[in-house]
Structures are given as C-alpha cells and as structure tokens.
Design a protein around this ligand. Structure first.
Ligand code: AMP
Length: 223
C-alpha cells in the first residue's frame, strides 16, 4: 500500500491543499487522511488522561513524545490498511526517530514524501490570521484568504470558531525552531532512503473563483 507523508512548517497549507484535492475528487475513497495534530487534539475526548501529557507539549509548541505519537499513528495506519486504504499522513514524521520507526514498521509499503514549502515570514503572517473550529477541526482565516460564510461560525458544523493556543506568536516561533532542529533532519534522512519517493512542492496558484491550481500535488497522488 502507499503511505503519503506530508511535511512542512506550521501553516504551510497542508490541510487546505489536501482538502481542495478531496473536493476535486483526486483524494477519493481510496485514500484516508490522518491529521496527526487533530488525532492528538481528539485525545481530549477519547482519552483525557493521555491528553494531559499531550496538552503540556502542544501548548508549549514542543513535539509530543515519540512513544505516544507513534502508538496512536501506527494503530490508525494499521486499521485503515486493513480496510484497503492508502494513507495520507498530515504532520508525521516530525523527527528522525519517527521517520525511522515508520519505515521499520511499514517495510512493505511505498513511502511517498511531500514537502510543502513556505518561508518563516509567511508562517508568522498566516498563523496570526488563522481561526479553528474545535468541533470538526476545519480552519479559516479572519482576512480575505479563507473566511467563514458567517463571521465566527464554522461552515461545516456551525461550531464557534476560536484561535488555537499554539498559534500564539511565541509558540509559533518555538514551532519554527523545532521544525529546523527536528523535522528538517528527518526530511534530509528520508530523502536518502532508496524506497522513499519525494516531492518538494511550490505554493499553489489561487484561481479567480477561489479554487487552487495544484498540478504537482495532484499528479503525485495519481502516480
Ligand atoms: P499541527 O496540528 O500539525 O500543527 O500540530 C499541532 C501540535 O501537535 C504540534 O505543535 C505538536 O505539539 C503536536 N504534533 C503534531 N504532530 C506531531 C508529531 N508527528 N510528533 C509530535 N508531536 C506532534
């Protein structure tokens, strides 16, 4: 089976671009997306005791422990593979240990890495405008980029939009540091692995009707 690994700095547009490909039917029923940040946030209702440990790291802009993240993510991958799905991982692996564990645990799968490029200045700008629905995980902005239809309300589930604690500027700066220290070396390591196919993505073009033109990403999912 294929495992697509989507990596990039905070607010690089991973979720938005994957969502756009779902709407377009490119990411169809053959695929299932696992948003690791969302899986961790969901632990608040699924496993409150575990969430206490997760929350501490998340609120500090640090990575959650490899043991917790790998257990949660590998369990999800295994259950989706049993259903015959290709898995798209949004935000995993984020360090070299996670990358190695992924390749060790899924030796028979094809790993395809996608790196979403964005500058640090764009990250700061984007996170300062980002809104989040705590009910379904959808994201919006408080500027013209991706506003909700009704101010402060989620289009999909009518949840009340809020700002994520980890989008505060100090936390975002810590997350950028963590990306450079931890995730970049994982990307460099994955690039050297013979069974990993990699794609470095440019920013997509936004068309006049607001849809995204993202041909490289589309092509990669059709390989
Ligand atoms: P995200 O929603 O992808 O921006 O992730 C939010 C937070 O979840 C990160 O700042 C980390 O604290 C945590 N997190 C997400 N993915 C991972 C991962 N692969 N390993 C460790 N922590 C993670």
């Amino acid at each position: 089976m294929n495992i697509f690994v989507c990596l990039g700095k905070v607010a690089a547009g991973k979720g938005t671009r994957l969502e756009a490909l779902k709407k377009k039917g490119v990411l169809n029923d053959r695929f299932v997306t696992i948003s690791v940040g969302q899986v961790l946030r969901n632990a608040e209702k699924d496993n409150p005791e575990l969430y206490e440990k997760i929350k501490e790291s998340m609120e500090a802009g640090k990575l959650v422990s490899n043991k917790i993240v790998c257990e949660l993510v590998f369990h999800k991958i295994n259950s989706y593979q049993k259903m015959g799905k290709d898995v798209v991982l949004d935000g995993f692996p984020r360090n070299k240990k996670q990358a190695k564990a992924l390749l060790e645990n899924f030796k028979d799968d094809k790993i395809r890495m996608i790196v979403f490029n964005i500058t640090d200045d764009e990250v700061i700008e984007r996170t300062s405008h980002r809104l989040y629905c705590p009910v379904c995980g959808s994201t919006y902005t408080d500027n013209d980029l991706k506003p909700p239809k009704v101010e402060g309300v989620c289009d999909k589930c009518s949840g009340v939009l809020t700002r994520r604690d980890d989008d505060k500027q100090k936390v975002v700066e810590d997350r950028l540091l963590s990306y450079k220290k931890e995730t970049k070396p994982a990307i460099d390591w994955l690039l050297k692995q013979p069974n990993v196919v990699s794609l470095f993505l440019p920013q997509p073009v936004t068309l006049a009707d607001g849809t995204l033109k993202d041909p490289e990403l589309e092509y990669f999912f059709n390989l």
